[in-house]
Design a protein around this ligand. Sequence first.
Ligand SMILES: *Cc1c(COP(=O)(O)O)cnc(C)c1O
Length: 376
Amino acid sequence: MKIDSVCVRGARDLNDRTGAVAVPIYQSATFAHPGVGASTGYDYARVQNPTREPLERLVAALENGRECAAFASGMAAMDALMWLVPPGSRMLATSDLYGGSVRLFNELAERAGLKVDYVDTNDQELLKASLGPDVKAVFVETPSNPMMNVTDLEAVRRTVGPDILVIVDNTFLTPCLMRPLDLGADIVLHSGTKYLGGHNDTLSGFIVTNCPERAERLRHITKTVGTGLSPFDSFLVIRGLKTLHLRIERAQATAMEAALWLKVHPKVREVRYPGLPEHPGHEVSKRQASGFGAMISFAVDSAATAVKALERVRFILYAESLGGVETLITYPFLQTHADVAPEKREALGITDRLLRLSVGVEAAEDILADLSQALG
Ligand SMILES: *Cc1c(COP(=O)(O)O)cnc(C)c1O
């Protein structure tokens, strides 16, 4: 099946005797055993449940991976990831990451025996110089949040060699636009709260891998810690995924239109969108992805303009998240990246003039009209 068909049909159980077209919600915490030492394949819902399982199969298929584990949130998936890197080792990570990932790495990872250093993962010289015998993993977010910096994944694999784990947060592009495992990554991570679920109605997280031992370890973690996705939330993500290919296509078409519109607006100083030919990651994006996504960051002329725009938006919602059908605007400085140290924030370009737009699937005219009145 082509990926569009996998989105729509990939979760359905072909052996289901009821003919149910949708995967049912198996709201059962425990499962009766047919005999001593025998199992239906399900024992206790923390370990696995029959709604989460087809979703995991679906996301693995979308990413062209063998195995997937679904978690209660993207951060629960990130936390599980820390257990896959040997204690006492170091991990290199893209310098501007999702703020929650930075909080996790800085506050919890070290206690779990993992040290995280931040580098520009697209600067191969720098990446190479940052390697050492204790570096066991590289964590890449591309395009990064919120600066939309693009990392060349095949170049990273070449730089670090075969023995270092390459982990990619593919939340921004989704498997419909980029499949990191095909580009040499070992592990793909998702906040399914964003595009995969797509409707701003549920949290979820995913880890996909081709390595059976790593997948087994992840299952052991969800079984032990209880961070697996619930049956109802699994159902919602399965439903959301049925339209992923349509939503992403529409959203990125409007994003391109919005990026061009913003570029010539008198109060806009800089537009960061990989779809623009002047974006430094434009060529790499064209090579490793089949689209540029629907996230745009832009800097306006002053903090006052930024704050006024956030207060004036009526159609676009001022809210922290991305990837849903509704267009959202975010102020990374005060929201997603408030916990990043001020000097670091400044160095990365996360200023009080930067806004981040997650373009939804409403009419482009309504989105642009609202931006126009909000920017004044
Ligand atoms: C939102 C997000 C996360 C965290 O996921 P949650 O589902 O909110 O826990 C991680 N990485 C990226 C890139 C995100 O956008």
